[in-house]
Design a protein around this ligand. Structure first.
Ligand code: ASP
Length: 330
């Protein structure tokens, strides 16, 4: 009898340790936009500040994952921090449209059930990513825009600010210089930095999530909405394949459905994450003439960070390593 009990106990211990070994280890990747980001193009102080903000968002999100929080919650936390940072084109620090106002877009997707939420052309909600989270969790819809999105966010109790809250001096100066010289063309943002922010994460339960938030593109007009709030273009997550968040010239990402393109290659062609991400950026996007990049993660926690621009603010952390990167060559 005693022998049988001991046998059962050791069997249970063995089972538990097997489960622990099979448990996915958490991982997070974030980005702060791709673009013409070259060594020496910003002051050393600014680079230090940008790296510090990326690191803080990374650490906060990773700690949440380690404590057992969902990938969605980690993505939300990272993006809120990057929206609150003045260094990125999302939330505070967002670019300005042709009229000198800020219009913000954001989206999230949960890989477990393919549920998603997104908002577009928001001008008062302080953290658009929280509005996207609320659309996913508390509405029967996927995408709300403009005044309707704003009313919904207010009903959800989200903080509102004056549109000028999003303005930072550097963006204002760029906008004023462009206005003065007329040297801007919203359709050809060759010199742009696409400072959109995004995150993808894998949690302890093996669920993937993705999110993206942006001010869009400088001097955009006519109520222009980019790829960031479009599920399948700027954001996608499916536990069966991967989670993706994009940054770049949104019109191209929409036309190519880039985020879902990565997932589709994995699902239908059984291509691995890295190869799929490379193909979407360097073959599909580049051959159409678009520029930008993406971060992606598969259900094993493998990551991809691809871009066809000079640089992309990006960072990742998992149980074995972490890095904050800006330029093409580390
Ligand atoms: N993709 C964004 C947009 O087109 C811009 C960016 O990535 O910064 O709105």
């Amino acid at each position: 009898m005693k022998g049988a009990v001991l046998f059962l106990i050791s069997l249970q211990v063995l089972l538990l340790s097997c489960q622990a070994q099979n448990r996915p280890s958490p991982a997070i990747v974030i980005h702060g936009g791709a673009g013409t980001i070259e060594r020496g193009s910003m002051s050393p102080e600014k680079e230090v500040a940008i790296r510090a903000d990326l690191q803080m968002a990374l650490d906060t999100a990773y700690a949440l994952l380690e404590s057992g929080e969902t990938a969605l919650r980690a993505v939300e936390a990272a993006i809120v921090m990057l929206e609150d940072s003045p260094h990125f084109n999302a939330g505070k620090g967002a670019v300005m449209n042709i009229e000198g106002r800020h219009e913000l877009d954001a989206s999230v997707m949960w890989g477990q059930d393919l549920s998603a939420g997104a908002v577009a052309a928001m001008s008062r909600t302080r953290n658009p990513i929280l509005a996207a989270m609320a659309v996913r969790a508390h509405s029967p819809h996927v995408l709300l825009a403009g005044e309707g999105a704003e009313s919904f966010a207010r009903e959800q109790g989200l903080a509102e600010v004056d549109n000028s809250y999003f303005t930072v001096p550097m963006v204002k100066q760029r906008w004023e210089a462009g206005k003065r010289t007329g040297e801007y063309n919203p359709a050809s943002p060759a010199d742009s930095k696409f400072g959109t922010v995004g995150a993808v994460a894998l949690d302890l339960s093996g669920n993937l999530a993705a999110g993206t938030s942006t001010g869009g593109m400088m001097f955009k007009k006519y109520g222009r909405i980019g790829d960031s709030p479009i599920i399948g273009a700027g954001t996608y997550a499916d536990n069966a394949t991967c989670a993706v968040s994009c940054t770049g010239h949104g019109e191209y990402f929409i036309r190519l459905g880039i985020a879902k393109d990565v997932s589709d290659q994995m699902r239908y062609a059984e291509i691995g994450l890295e190869q799929a991400a490379k193909h979407s950026i360097h073959d599909r996007l580049s051959s159409l003439g678009g520029s930008g990049g993406l971060i992606a993660m598969d259900r094993e926690g493998k990551i991809a960070m691809e871009f066809n621009t000079k640089g992309m603010y990006r960072a990742y952390k998992n149980e074995s390593s972490e890095e904050v990167l800006i330029y093409e060559a580390p």
